[in-house]
Design a protein around this ligand. Structure first.
Ligand code: ADP
Ligand code: MG
Length: 381
């Protein structure tokens, strides 16, 4: 028997989703509507879509169906291990009547509602797997048709993500290139032209018999010279403003200054690309580095601190490590530092984790997405 075709309601849903993607709406909203469509079409109670970055960590996570309180009580997004990890790794659909039957099932975190029926599909374009779209809790279990509908929706999600990433890369490349091009043009053309004009005026002044004219011409030559000087400064600014250098330098300076004050050794490693970094992201990076480094210096008792920055095309990862005494990251302290860090990271749409154990040191790791189409991760809307 031929497999049943998708019904017309579903086709309408798919077309709507596809149109939204091609209209280049805000990525997060497009993905949200894909998750909602998937739930509507299949009758699932919960749905989510997780997008992983190049380093395998989730850079975007959208969930529907779970109330805010429950989500807050769980406290963190899925880390993408267990069955979710399997889907991303193998790029294969998983459909189960009870998720706990899957050999890779890693169980639910504390406060997480128990869920049984499960349908998860990879989100990809071509060979690139971005993440997964998954649904849970359909009363009578998911069907083969649900599976096909989900695969179609996941494909649309894949296009939306790929599309957003290409646009973002183009925008960033444009900013960095523009700056370099302007600097080059000013250097090669404008300054050379002015220099030549200055020389001609100088020659005219020398050969002029009228003293007033000669002095006026020399005046003009001086103005041209000062104009050339300020253009040279402009070129320096354009080149120095190159964000990669600026951010790396600022991070080095900041960490060294802090560490020196505490007589502790600091190591700073900056790797990756930072071209066309939005200023907001650079500010967040500096804020996180500063707070995490000063915590390590003030509280850990470690003899060294290491700050590593890695700039990928779509995110920046900051990690600050010490070999000190460690602490309970969920404890309640008087300070606002960690509270601010968490708020700041969340506001930037990022992820923050603190790996720490008594007398084994602490590593604070934050991932800040650089996606101009994703300004905020608003749980509320
Ligand atoms: N790297 C670290 N090593 C050991 N303890 C830390 C570290 N970072 C934070 N802490 C502990 O967490 C507490 C809260 O930090 P924070 O919110 O930044 O406030 P503050 O720095 O003002 O005390 C600190 O007082 C300290 O006890
Ligand atoms: Mg602090």
């Amino acid at each position: 028997m031929a497999t049943p075709v998708l019904d017309s309601d579903l086709l309408t849903t798919l077309f709507d989703a596809a149109i939204q993607v091609s209209e280049e709406g805000e990525l997060r909203n497009v993905l949200k509507s894909i998750v909602r469509s998937a739930m509507d079409v299949t009758g699932a109670s919960y749905g989510a879509l997780g997008v992983v970055g190049r380093d395998g960590y989730l850079v975007e996570f959208i969930h529907e169906g779970m109330d805010e309180e429950t989500a807050d009580r769980i406290g963190h997004q899925p880390v993408g291990i267990g069955v979710l990890g399997t889907i991303t790794r193998t790029a294969a659909t998983v459909r189960l009547d009870d998720i706990r039957d899957h050999p890779d099932s890693s169980g639910f975190p504390e406060h997480h509602p128990q869920m049984r029926s499960f349908l998860g599909v990879p989100v990809r374009t071509g060979d690139t797997v971005f993440g997964n779209l998954y649904l849970t809790e359909k009363p009578d279990g998911f069907t083969a048709e649900d599976e096909r509908a989900m695969e179609a929706l996941a494909m649309i999600g894949g296009f939306a993500v790929a599309n957003a990433r290409i646009h973002q890369r183009l925008r960033r490349a444009a900013v960095a290139e523009d700056r370099a091009r302007i600097a080059r043009d000013v250097h090669d053309d404008t300054i050379q032209d002015l220099f030549a004009i200055g020389l001609s005026l100088q020659a005219l002044a020398e050969s002029s018999r009228d003293a007033d004219i000669a002095s006026a011409l020399r005046n003009e030559v001086r103005r041209i010279d000062s104009c050339i000087t300020s253009l040279r400064h402009l070129i320096l600014d354009l080149r120095q403003l190159e964000p990669s250098r600026l951010l790396a330098e600022e991070v080095h300076e900041l960490v060294e200054e802090l560490a020196d004050a505490h007589g502790v050794n600091a190591r700073v490693v900056v790797d990756g690309t930072y071209d066309g970094l939005p200023t907001g992201v650079a500010e967040s990076v500096l804020h996180i580095v500063k707070e995490a480094t000063s915590n390590a210096l003030r509280h850990s008792g470690s003899q060294w601190v290491e700050v590593v920055l890695f700039g990928a095309e779509d995110s920046i990862t900051i990690s600050v490590s010490d070999a000190g005494k460690g602490f309970d990251p969920h404890g309640h302290y008087g300070g606002l530092g960690l509270v601010n860090l968490r708020a700041r990271t969340r506001q930037a749409g990022g992820e923050l984790e603190i790996l720490t154990a008594p007398s084994r040191g602490t590593t604070l790791r934050a991932v800040i997405p650089i996606d101009l189409s994703l300004p905020s991760r608003d749980r509320e809307s």
